[in-house]
Design a protein around this ligand. Structure first.
Ligand SMILES: Nc1ncnc2c1ncn2[C@@H]1O[C@H](COP(=O)(O)OP(=O)(O)O)[C@@H](O)[C@H]1O
Ligand SMILES: [Mg+2]
Length: 306
């Protein structure tokens, strides 16, 4: 199996901000690889370097063995890209946008039209093909952008938070198409801060935090390592000095805002008992108490203590 993406010791700073700090990972041909992390982790910057939009300060990136810096055009032909920011022309129709991008990639007109029709139908946009993108909803725009990323039939598709803030229908549609493409051999690299999305789609994930990769593993292994953590959220009837409860948390992860206390715990049962005692001893009432499973990346950030 070839490597679809190789990232070797890549770094990138913006002034004093080290956005990507000596990052290395490999995406194998044929997999759906999830690139996870909270906002500001460095995902988009990494993706922009992989797609050749910006240059790393140091390190090497290869796309199917092609060095992105040395042979940018050849690497670009292999990739379909959905960037973080929308880039369809709003004063053109969906169809014209698609034909324009196909032309840029050198797809012959006839083939471009055939593919365009098929893609727009697949993404439920065919009936709207002659409307200006200006009038499209966010979900429609995003679906069109995915069509545009696919018009030259890339063997590697890279998407930066493709479903973030989208309606349910568009989200489901995009995920279904990604799965189908992958079954047909397309390698998919997807950044997301949504662990649920990653666990639905991906075999392997890398989790990034503060510019560094803190883990690269299968979704199952990552989940195993983190599922013992829970977040307990308690709302009391009044704000108080809750510092006494801080000792209940794992890694000191304890957060108060007004009447609300949020604490990361391992043993939910014993912690709940202690919170009930605390409330009774201090004449405070509990309004609500919820147990939440932390997102995988939240849990990982706890685990690494960073
Ligand atoms: N063009 C830029 N100029 C200055 N700082 C930037 C630029 N792009 C990103 N950053 C900074 O780099 C860090 C990582 O950002 P980004 O890669 O967008 O993270 P993510 O996509 O994971 O949310 C952030 O602190 C961000 O503010
Ligand atoms: Mg981003």
């Amino acid at each position: 199996m070839r490597n679809a993406i190789e990232v070797v010791n890549v770094s990138k700073s913006f002034g004093a901000i080290k956005a990507v700090d000596n990052v290395s990972f490999t995406v194998k041909e044929g997999e759906i690889f999830g690139f996870l992390g909270p906002n500001g982790a460095g995902k988009t910057t990494t993706m922009r370097m992989i797609t050749g939009l910006i240059k790393p300060d140091s390190g090497v990136i290869r796309i199917f063995g092609v060095d992105i810096l040395r042979d940018h055009i050849k690497a670009k032909q292999l990739m379909g890209i959905l960037p973080e920011m929308s880039n369809a022309y709003i004063d053109l129709s969906a169809w014209d946008n698609l034909m324009l991008v196909g032309g840029l990639y050198g797809v012959p007109k006839k083939i471009c039209e055939e593919r365009g029709e098929r893609l727009l139908k697949q993404f439920k946009l065919f009936d709207r093909r002659n409307q200006l993108v200006k009038g499209f909803s966010k979900g429609m725009k995003q679906r069109l952008l995915v069509c545009m990323a696919l018009i030259h039939e890339p063997i590697l598709l890279l998407l930066d938070e493709p479903t973030s803030g989208l309606d349910v229908e568009s989200t489901i549609l995009i995920r279904e198409v990604l799965k189908k493409l992958n079954e047909n051999g397309v390698t998919v690299f997807i950044t997301t801060h949504n662990m649920d999305e990653a666990s639905r789609l991906c075999e392997r994930v890398a989790i990034m935090h503060h510019g560094k990769i803190i883990v690269t593993d299968t979704v199952d292994n990552v989940r195993d390592k983190t599922e013992r953590f829970k977040i307990l959220e308690v709302i009391f009837d009044k704000a108080a000095d809750f510092t006494e409860l801080a000792s209940l948390s794992v890694n000191g992860d304890f957060n108060v805002s007004g009447e609300r206390v949020r604490v990361v715990v391992e043993d939910v049962d014993s912690v709940v008992n202690r919170i009930v005692d605390y409330a009774r001893n201090n004449s405070i009432r509990i309004i609500s108490l919820n147990t939440l499973s932390p997102s995988l990346e939240e849990a990982f950030i706890k685990l690494t203590g960073s």
